[in-house]
Design a protein. Structure first.
Length: 494
């Protein structure tokens, strides 16, 4: 089976921060892959922008080095590489002054009838000045969009301020707030599983589902970003955006269509239905941890406090939360959310745990069915069922999985999330991007947790690098049902 490739309309992609880590690691390789698949038209241009001037030739050499560093050798096609490099241009431009803006305007004039996408791959404090200068120099056309990277604020107030800054210049329908998790193949397949199959949706409620687990685990630590991470922490870095978006896709009602606002309306309803967590219950439904030195997939690794300047930091590198969606469909069904750095392995997945059968006729306990949706690595879906163990003699039960690992089911390369999202911007399809009210409602739920932690004298619970987090996370999931466990065996997809 092969994917259908549709060439998009001509565009200019203007990447502010065009020499930065995100551009080199993700954006440029993603655009190259789309060119390799023949999806980018001949007229399209990629215009890197950063403060320090350089020639087009020098920038193309930087692009070439980035592609060689982040792509496999077999993905490097000499003819396509030359074509791609010829699309790349550079403009030196200072976000906070007049320097370079007339040059950018002159460069864009040649493509004034094309789709124009501004990608702000910069620190959030530059979003406002960049947008102001885009407006001041009349660079917005009827076909202009702006892409905004996370983090969108550190709390509700700063998120609103950032949204106001961008919203002064761009209309809401022109703003694409990117969350790369929503571009993952398996995340979108969750929508297909639920709403394109009669099998699951009738069972998708509190009558049949016992609980839901969402795990986003990283084996790496802060990796040289300690002082930045120390101002953020796991709750802001992962829960407020990625994990809450996954929760929304699991819990949302069926939208009236796949129209962007129809989908985002339903996600917003979920966020508004989340039971608030305040200082009165924060200690019983949340756990925060901080990794110590230990041994994991990388070998012997240092502790968090060894990697940051503030040796008394209380920044969390691990979070576990019991969340509740207060509506008829999900009343009484806990959503257990978990994320952390320096955990046992790198994996992201959703586990939908169904209720046990009401009575076993087999003389033994029968494990409940589970739907395991793996986001990374090895994207795929497994439905765990009970069958008879083959062979003569007594009737013995065995737990097996109906397995749809995408790499095996579809003999095509699984595209990176940025590949899809970058061209969705060109297409004008905002379905996989966050709307302003979604972002702000997520912060409305997160802020009280942050405030309660801030007012508490308790430090994050220590956990050994290479483990699955502090013991208190196990206590959290066992609090309602003593036999309930985090699905760490499922994380190996056994």
């Amino acid at each position: 089976m092969t994917s259908r490739i549709i060439v998009v309309d001509p565009f200019d992609y203007v990447v502010f921060g065009g020499t930065g880590d995100l551009a080199r690691r993700k954006l440029l390789p993603a655009l190259y892959h789309r060119d390799l698949d023949g999806q980018i038209p001949d007229e399209a241009r990629i215009i890197g922008v950063s403060r320090k001037p350089q020639s087009d030739k020098a920038y193309r050499e930087l692009v070439k080095e980035a592609l060689e560093a982040h792509l496999k050798p077999e993905e490097m096609d000499k003819k396509v590489l030359q074509r791609f490099l010829a699309r790349c241009f550079f403009v030196g431009c200072d976000a906070t002054s007049e320097a370079g803006w007339p040059d950018l305007a002159a460069t864009l004039e040649a493509g004034k009838d094309r789709i124009r996408a501004f990608y702000l791959a910069t620190s959030p404090d530059l979003f406002g000045p960049i947008c102001d200068n885009i407006g001041k120099h009349n660079l917005i056309t009827e076909q202009t969009r702006v892409v905004v990277e996370k983090p969108l604020g550190k709390d509700l107030a700063s998120a609103k301020a950032t949204n106001d800054e961008v919203g002064r210049i761009f209309k809401e329908e022109q703003i694409y707030r990117i969350d790369h998790y929503l571009g993952k193949e398996t995340v979108q397949n969750l929508m297909a599983l639920r709403f394109a199959n009669a099998l699951f949706e009738p069972l998708w409620d509190n009558a049949y589902i016992d609980h839901v687990q969402i795990t986003v685990a990283e084996s790496l630590g802060v990796e040289g970003r300690g002082d930045y991470y120390d101002t953020s922490g796991a709750l802001r870095d992962m829960v407020q955006n990625h994990i809450l978006q996954l929760l929304c896709l699991v819990a949302m009602e069926a939208p009236s269509s796949m129209d962007a606002d129809a989908v985002r309306d339903e996600k917003l309803k979920v966020l508004k239905s989340l039971k608030p967590i305040t200082d009165g219950d924060v200690n019983t439904v949340t756990v925060r941890g901080q990794y110590k030195s230990g041994v994991n997939e990388q070998g012997v690794v240092p502790g968090y406090l060894d990697e940051v300047s503030n040796k008394s930091s209380k920044t969390e590198t691990f979070v576990a939360i019991k969340a509740e969606v207060g509506n008829w469909r999900w009343a009484g069904v806990p959503f257990y959310l978990r994320t952390g750095k320096r955990l046992a392995t790198r994996v992201s997945e959703i586990v939908v745990a169904f209720k046990e059968i009401p009575h076993s006729i087999f003389g033994e306990a029968v494990p409940a069915n589970e739907l395991v949706i793996r986001l990374q690595p090895d994207e795929g879906v497994k439905l765990w069922l009970m069958i008879k163990d083959p062979g003569p003699g007594g009737l013995r039960l065995k737990r097996v999985a109906l397995d749809m690992t995408f790499a095996n089911a579809f003999k095509v390369r699984n595209p990176d999330a940025y590949e899809r999202l970058l061209l969705d911007v060109v297409r004008g399809n905002a379905t996989l991007f966050m709307r302003r009210d979604e972002v702000e409602q997520a912060w409305t739920w997160i802020d009280p947790i942050l405030q309660a932690w801030k007012e508490s004298d308790k430090a994050p619970k220590p956990y050994m690098s290479g483990s699955w987090g502090p013991d208190e996370a196990r206590d959290l999931i066992r609090a309602d049902v003593p036999t309930r466990e985090w699905h760490e065996k499922s994380l190996t997809m056994e």
